[in-house]
Design a binder for this molecule. Structure first.
Ligand code: PLP
Length: 360
């Protein structure tokens, strides 16, 4: 068996232990004689899987009782519409646009009401997080929206915006479970799981109960109404069962690792190795304002497109995969999610040093 160091932004590396365990259970899940893939979502065995997954996630994130946990489909992108459809009672929402994903969410919300862009970092290619301490929050805003970690540009909100009492909605797709969060500060926290938690096809929505109502925008489909899924404990229709099963295993892995405090320390250590090198390198440089750097996605460039391409190609040959930057920004990006071992980052830096010596 030969596994590469996979720096993909998503779908991304998962803990080897989890994959091995799932492989062992592939043909016969715990004496049922079938794979979880082949199992009724109404079966006892699956009921245990989804209940345990939720309980473990609640424990990991310390989710208060007045929040529901929903396992949905449609990708994080479907939430761009589902959020305004369910929350825009006044038809007004404020968006902080710090990257492509927030921009897409803002554009989508504009179909349903007045979506105000109250701050943006587009003027400097989304390389920083704007000051969010005193924003022009709309008096009648139904919510304030952020993308907490910007997968493409590698920025992260280190402090949450001051929403002046308005409900905060956050896309945490690329920083989910990377560090502890105070759930009570949000109305909705959601993310696609395909970066830090599991296979593509599952979106987890953690939503405060008072935001789950029948009073949604006219025409909102049953499947896009939070209440449908909340009332049915995510089993209104066939859920992405196998994906939820893998997420459940990752939650157990995280608990075994020591929980989110430990993940945060590990992620800080890993990111520091790479950022310290970028700060002293004569060839490579990070593209993000230092205080806004993400622990998960680290973009960098040489400043020379041909050299960037050469680096990506040679890195691939050396067993470092998916280091090419997002197609909208170019350069390189190393995504170093929870499951990327420290050794992977150390080896990448070693390789970068060697490349620098040979090409500077
Ligand atoms: N939000 C963020 C922060 C992302 O990084 C991505 C995908 O990379 C998305 C949303 C879109 O997710 P999906 O492809 O699941 O719709």
């Amino acid at each position: 068996m030969s596994r590469v160091y996979n720096f993909s932004a998503g779908p991304a590396v998962l803990p080897e232990e989890v994959l091995k365990e799932a492989a062992d259970e592939m043909l016969d899940y715990r004496g049922t004689g079938m794979s979880v893939m082949e199992m009724s979502h109404r079966s006892k065995a699956f009921e245990t899987i989804i209940k345990e997954a939720e309980a473990d996630l609640r424990e990991l994130m310390n989710i208060p009782d007045n929040y529901k946990v929903l396992f949905l489909q449609g990708g994080a992108s479907q939430q761009f519409a589902m959020i305004p459809m369910n929350l825009m009672k006044n038809k007004v929402a404020d968006y902080i646009v710090t990257g492509q994903w927030a921009k897409k969410a803002w554009q989508e919300a504009s179909k349903y009401g007045k979506a105000n862009k109250i701050a943006s970092s587009e003027d400097e290619t989304f390389s920083y997080i704007p000051d969010c301490s005193d924003l022009p929050i709309s008096e009648d805003a139904d919510y304030v929206y952020i993308c907490e970690n910007n997968t493409i540009y590698g920025t992260k909100f280190k402090t949450l915006p001051n929403t002046k009492g308005k409900t905060l909605v956050a896309d945490v797709s690329s920083c989910f479970l990377s560090e502890p969060v105070d759930v009570s500060k949000y109305g909705i926290i959601y993310g696609g799981v395909q970066k830090n938690i599991g296979p593509a096809g599952v979106v987890i929505v953690i939503i405060r109960e008072d935001l789950i109502t029948e009073d949604v925008l006219p025409g909102t489909p049953t499947m896009l109404t939070y209440k449908t899924h909340a009332d049915a404990d995510s089993l209104y229709n066939t859920p992405p069962a196998y994906g939820i099963y893998i997420c459940g295993k990752v939650f157990k892995w995280l608990k075994k690792m020591g929980g989110l405090e430990v993940m945060k320390q590990r992620n800080e250590e890993k990111a520091k190795i790479l950022y310290d090198f970028l700060d002293e390198s004569k060839l490579f440089k990070g593209t993000v304002r230092k205080e806004d750097r993400s622990l998960m996605n680290v973009p960098f460039v040489t400043g020379d497109k041909d050299l960037d391409a050469k680096f990506v190609e040679e890195a691939k040959k050396a067993g470092f995969e998916n280091l090419k930057g997002h197609r909208s920004v170019g350069g390189m990006r190393a995504s170093i999610y929870n499951a990327m071992p420290k050794e992977g980052v150390e080896k990448l830096v070693e390789f970068m040093k060697k490349f620098e010596e040979e090409n500077a």
